[in-house]
Structures are given as structure tokens and as C-alpha cells.
Design a protein around this ligand. Structure first.
Ligand code: ACO
Length: 428
């Protein structure tokens, strides 16, 4: 096997070791380049070709459209698993036994109360506040209510921090939605499953009993699993890099939520639905919007299309598309937005612009349609993504801390002014 890479810079030649992953991915370990070469660094804006870490959590092959958590295929997990099982798998590396899962759930429920003073913080937000802003602020605020920093070398403390956030985060998610819906803040019930409890906290009205619709519950379970991890994406890399300064788990997660908010990342699910609505309101002329997406002078992009890593169908999008059809059928909803989405997809799949650039529907293209059918307001879509991504962020943060990774600190190539003298303001 080839185990070295050679780099020639002018007269000088340097050798670097190759690192091979369990799925035969190969990387050149260039950490000695700068010292060997007297200051030469690599540059790769957007990290398109740069591995930031080794990780044993999620494998994805963007060319083949493969996604696996800890070796298990996303298709099998979405079909057969429960979200909490998947969370355990991602964080601790193995599927839990019945007893382990029961204990994990018990410990999460034990920590699910959020300090009542957090309500005062929510009260201070205007009703028009975006729930992602609320969620990120409240997650950060949890550090104030849980000020002791976690000793990551203590198994108990690490576990304690994990079950705490797994318990409190759904409450914050539900409260962010209840705030915009003008509903009183509540707690769920420890007698319910994790996903059922989330639904109850989100949807229960103060004047009537809330009954769980099993179709909606299954769809939500699937969506949360599909979003649970996606290796070194923008928000996960944010969580890892913030955590690499030894900032705590909650602070690192809060930063990850902010990164997820952007429309090029998790915010795309909201942007997709708004785009589909706009197309429908404009007479449903999908061809007009396809032309806009291809026009380099028009900033419009087909939201929910394209992916940094997938150059084939996003396997999550395939599962969600089927689920969207099922949920709408089962609930007896006829959403014209789904027809607009399918028409756009068909056109894009047959359009050389999209085919040549390998732009396929991503996870966000159909998820909003399901969320809407469940009665979740559009501004909450990215919050739902965050709820699903929570175990992935935790797993990645834990792996990074236990792996004793160094602080993340990229370099740069400076392109500004060289040294110049200072003129007093009167001389400028
Ligand atoms: N609509 C139209 N053209 C597109 C789209 C799109 N959605 N996505 C990419 N392109 C074009 C680009 O204009 C570029 O064309 P060019 O080569 O002629 O210049 C080419 O495809 C490559 O695109 P990049 O932006 O260089 O690809 P990158 O990997 O940097 O971006 C991204 C990936 C951000 C996902 C991009 O495809 C995009 O903006 N998609 C829409 C937003 C979206 O759906 N984001 C969610 C991603 S999934 C997630 O984060 C959960």
C-alpha cells in the first residue's frame, strides 16, 4: 500500500504520511508542512478538501449516496429504530440494550425540568422573535443555571451533562414554539416516550387533552433520526471548534444552533417552504424559477437543492419524499405545495445545469412539507432540525474532548497592506 505523499516546492521535496480510514478514505497528514518548508501552509476556503479530524461516528459517501451512523445504514435506522436509541448509538457508539435504553431515558427524564427563571428570559423576547434566536439564547442561558464546568475525564460528569441537555433541550424547543403561538409554557409528562413527550409539550392546549397521532409520531421519529448527525457539516464543525477551546457543552451547542440557522445550512428547510409558497402564489410557473436559479445574474437559488458532499441523491431526501407522501395521505391532506416540489424536482433532474453540477434534492427539500402537515409553523422548521441534530452535536463534542483534540485555530494568507506609518488625523 502507498503510505506516503510527496510534495515538490521548487527545488525541495517533502514527504508526508497518508492516513487511511476504515472505509478506505485517504488523507495526507500535512501537519509538519509549515515547519519543514519554512512557512508554507495549505489554503482551502470553505474546507472543501480539508479533513478537520478523525471521527468514528458517521460515514458518508457523497458520490454513492451512502450515510451510516456508527456503521448502521440510515435507511435501516429510519425504518426500524427509535430516536432515543439512535441518540444513544451516536453518543456512546453502540445500540443500547433494553435496560441501557430504559436507564438512559430515566436519567433524561430526571433532568427534564428547566429552571423556572428561564421563563423570565423567554418573556423578554418579542413575540416576533425567530425561534432559532430564542433557542440559541436559551441554550446558552442554561450555562448560567448550570455553572459548574464538566470534568470531561469523569465518566459520571460527562454522562450527567449529556442527559441534562437531552432532557432540557426539548423543553426549550417546545417553549420557543409556544412563545410564537402565544401558548402558556408547560412541561410534558414523564410517562410519555421521548418523541411523544416532545409532541405533547409542543402541541398540548391548556383547555383540552392532547392525544398523540401515531402517524405524526412515526413521521417525527423518522425526521429526527434522519437529521441526527451528518459528520463535519457547518454546525457540527462549529460545535467542535467552540468546544476545542474547552468551552462547555451548552455554550458549544448554542454556537452550533446559530450556525445551523443560516439558509445555506439548516435554515434551508424554512427557505424551501417559503420558496414553494412564492412559486405557487406566482401561478406555479416552475420553469420561470428554474430559469432564475440558472441565471448567474440572479441571486435566486433553488433552495433544498445541492449539497457540499452529496453529488448523488441525498439518501435522506429519498426517505423523506416517501414519508411526505405517506403522511399527507394518512392525514388526508392535499397540499398543492407538494405538487410544486415534485414538478421542480422532475425539471431539475432533467436539466443539464443541475445534472452537470450534480445538484439533487437534499434533506431539506421535502422535510418542510411534513412539518407543515404536522401543524408546525414554518419558522420552527430549523428548530426541529436542531432537535434532531442534538445527539450528533453531543457525540461529536464528546469525541473531540475525549480525543484530546487541540484547539481549532486555522491559519491564513494575509492579503492586506504591508507595513505603513501612522498619519495624525489632521494630516489625513
Ligand atoms: N440552485 C442553483 N444553483 C446552484 C445551487 C442551487 N441550489 N446549488 C449550487 N448551485 C450551483 C452554483 O451556482 C455553482 O455553479 P457554478 O459552478 O456555475 O459556479 C455550482 O452549483 C456549485 O455550487 P457551490 O455553491 O460552489 O457548492 P457548495 O458546495 O459551496 O454549496 C450548498 C453547497 C450551499 C448546499 C449549495 O448547493 C446551496 O446553496 N444550496 C441551496 C441551499 C440549501 O439547500 N442548503 C441546504 C444544504 S443541506 C444542509 O445543510 C442540511
Amino acid at each position: 500500500m502507498i503510505d506516503k505523499a510527496k510534495l515538490q516546492i521548487g527545488e525541495n521535496s517533502y514527504e508526508f504520511p497518508l492516513i487511511e480510514g476504515t472505509e478506505n478514505e485517504i488523507a495526507i497528514d500535512i501537519k509538519t508542512l509549515r515547519s519543514l518548508s519554512n512557512g508554507v501552509i495549505t489554503i482551502d476556503a470553505g474546507y472543501k478538501n480539508t479533513g478537520a479530524c478523525k471521527s468514528a461516528i458517521t460515514f458518508l459517501d457523497g458520490e454513492k449516496g451512502i450515510l451510516r451512523y456508527r456503521g448502521y445504514s440510515i435507511e435501516e435506522l429510519a425504518e426500524k429504530a427509535d430516536f432515543l436509541e439512535v441518540a444513544y448509538l451516536l453518543i456512546f457508539g453502540e445500540l443500547p440494550t433494553k435496560e441501557e435504553l430504559a436507564q438512559f431515558h430515566l436519567d433524561i427524564k430526571d433532568k427534564a425540568i428547566v429552571d423556572d427563571d428561564v421563563r423570565k428570559i423567554i418573556d423578554a423576547f418579542p413575540k416576533t422573535a425567530h425561534p432559532m434566536g430564542i433557542l440559541s439564547s436559551l441554550t446558552s442561558a442554561l450555562t448560567a443555571f448550570n455553572p459548574t464546568s464538566v470534568n470531561v475525564d469523569s465518566k459520571e460528569e460527562m454522562y450527567g451533562a449529556i442527559v441534562k441537555i437531552m432532557g432540557k433541550f426539548p423543553v426549550l424547543v417546545a417553549w420557543a414554539m409556544r412563545k410564537i403561538n402565544g401558548l402558556p409554557l408547560n412541561y410534558g409528562s414523564n410517562s410519555l416516550g421521548y418523541v411523544e413527550n416532545v409532541m405533547s409539550m409542543m402541541f398540548a392546549k391548556p383547555n383540552e387533552e392532547y392525544t398523540i397521532n401515531p402517524i405524526v409520531k412515526d413521521a417525527l421519529n423518522k425526521l429526527l433520526i434522519l437529521h441526527a448527525d451528518h459528520e463535519q457539516n457547518c454546525s457540527t464543525s462549529t460545535v467542535r471548534i467552540v468546544g476545542s477551546s474547552h468551552a462547555g457543552l451548552f455554550a458549544s451547542l448554542s454556537a452550533g444552533i446559530s450556525a445551523l440557522w443560516g439558509p445555506l445550512h439548516g435554515g434551508a428547510n424554512q427557505a424551501v417552504l417559503e420558496m414553494l409558497e412564492a412559486i405557487k402564489a406566482d401561478g406555479g410557473d416552475t420553469k420561470k424559477y428554474m430559469a432564475k436559479a440558472k441565471d448567474k445574474n440572479d441571486p435566486f437559488r433553488l433552495m433544498g437543492f445541492g449539497h457540499r458532499v452529496y453529488k448523488n441523491f441525498d439518501p435522506r431526501a429519498k426517505i423523506i419524499k416517501v414519508a411526505a407522501d405517506q403522511v399527507l395521505n394518512d392525514l388526508g391532506i392535499n397540499d398543492p405545495i407538494l405538487d410544486v416540489a415534485k414538478a421542480l424536482e422532475q425539471e431539475a433532474l432533467n436539466d443539464p445545469y443541475f445534472v452537470d453540477r450534480k445538484l439533487y434534492p437534499n434533506v431539506d427539500f421535502y422535510s418542510g412539507i411534513i412539518y407543515r402537515a404536522m401543524g408546525i409553523p414554518v419558522e420552527m422548521f430549523t428548530v426541529m432540525f436542531a432537535l434532531g441534530r442534538l445527539p450528533g452535536w453531543i457525540a461529536q463534542w464528546r469525541e473531540m474532548r475525549l480525543g484530546k483534540e487541540p484547539i481549532g485555530r486555522p491559519r491564513q494568507i494575509y492579503t492586506g497592506e504591508t507595513h505603513r506609518g501612522f498619519n495624525n488625523i489632521s494630516q489625513r
